[in-house]
Design a protein around this ligand. Structure first.
Ligand code: KG4
Ligand code: ZN
Length: 335
């Protein structure tokens, strides 16, 4: 069977075709550049850009897969969490296609999509694993008993990890969204230039907090004169990244040991961060744990992961109803 996936929860318009053997036949991702000048995603602007791009992106996905709609056996689209306007564009488009051509439709939880990216790429990953979901809107440690069965272990009390990366990147003049640029900049910086706080690292439990770390960076930058600020951008980026990665890695290893889980995955946009991948990878090796993460293009928002999650969900629960609506604050536990 071939599955068409549609993702429009934020500022990526993406359509993909995969097959039921986890083979990606196309995964077209159009990132809206228009928001960078506002320093954040403007929901109404995003909705309009999705309306413009959804049909060409869909056509490109079918063309690259060398298929027509006749070859598609299931249509999956993100129903939440996300921005309601953008969600409605992709969801309505997908439901329209499904209705017009009598193809089964399945609604997908975006966070379940992120964790499905690992299942899509790593056939030897145990069904029972721990995932650290780190995206622009979420930071959470989740025990996956098996696909569709989740136990929340910990989450952030304030900012998401990606949000902290983006805010620090903005402070350092690296543009928006600046997580990936900060990752690149940090490569040439000294991670020991400044010892920023590691919030909650020694606290029991698995909560995260990133707003204090972000404020510590802002205070440090505020004290620098123009010249030392521009001289030390890479050092500040590396020092901030080191603190964030240290907390994320430490808590993840502790949670895996506490719950006696040996397989760990990274999911979400920040899973593309090279320092997080290497530090957590080394610590997992030392602790005898296995770490899996998606290839970079499958970490950030994309429709292949939505198609994969849709297919697993369809096998468990069958199709969703065509009256399914967008749910902006949909929780993973509701998946
Ligand atoms: O999963 P995602 O594409 O969208 C959400 O569902 O939020 O995640 C986007 C987030 C942004 O905050 C972006 O700056 C961050 O992921 N990000 C990174 C990297 N690549 C993307 N953060 C740190 N290092 C990266 N290499
Ligand atoms: Zn996402």
């Amino acid at each position: 069977m071939h599955i068409l996936g549609v993702e429009t929860s934020c500022d990526e318009t993406s359509v993909a075709v995969i097959d039921d053997n986890n083979r990606i036949l196309s995964n077209i991702i159009h990132t809206q550049e228009v928001h960078s000048r506002f320093g954040g995603v403007v929901p109404e602007v995003a909705s309009r850009a999705h309306v413009k791009k959804i049909v060409p992106t869909y056509q490109a996905a079918l063309a690259e897969a060398e298929m027509t709609l006749d070859d598609i056996g299931l249509i999956a689209a993100t129903m939440g969490p996300g921005l309601v306007g953008p969600l409605l564009v992709g969801l309505t488009f997908a439901k329209g296609l499904a209705f017009a051509r009598d193809i089964p439709f399945v609604a997908v939880n975006h966070m379940e999509g992120h964790l499905a990216a690992n299942i899509l790429e790593h056939p030897d990953l145990s069904e029972h694993h721990l995932t650290l979901i780190v995206s622009g809107g979420h930071t959470m440690l989740v025990e996956v008993e098996k696909f569709g069965h989740y136990r929340m272990i910990g989450r952030t009390k304030d900012d998401a990890a990606g949000e902290a990366f983006d805010k620090v990147a903005k402070l350092l003049g690296l543009g928006y969204p600046g997580g990936a640029e900060l990752d690149r900049k940090a490569e040439s910086g000294d991670p020991n230039y400044c010892k920023f706080p590691r919030p909650l690292i020694k606290e029991p439990g698995f909560q995260f907090s990133f707003s204090g770390l972000k404020t510590a960076v802002a205070i440090h930058v505020g004290k620098l004169d123009e010249q030392s600020r521009s001289q030390h951008i890479a050092d500040i980026a590396a020092s901030f990244q080191e603190a964030a990665v240290d907390v994320l890695s430490e808590k993840t290893i502790k949670a895996a040991q506490d719950k006696q889980i040996t397989d760990i995955t990274l999911s979400g946009g920040v899973a593309a961060n090279r320092r997080l991948r290497s530090v957590l990878g080394e610590r997992c090796d030392r602790a005898g744990l296995r770490l899996f993460y998606p290839s970079p293009a499958l970490c950030t928002d994309n429709a292949a992961m939505i198609a994969a999650a849709g297919y697993y969900r369809f096998r468990e629960d069958g199709p969703s109803e065509l009256i399914t609506n967008a749910v902006p604050y949909l929780k993973l536990e509701q998946a």
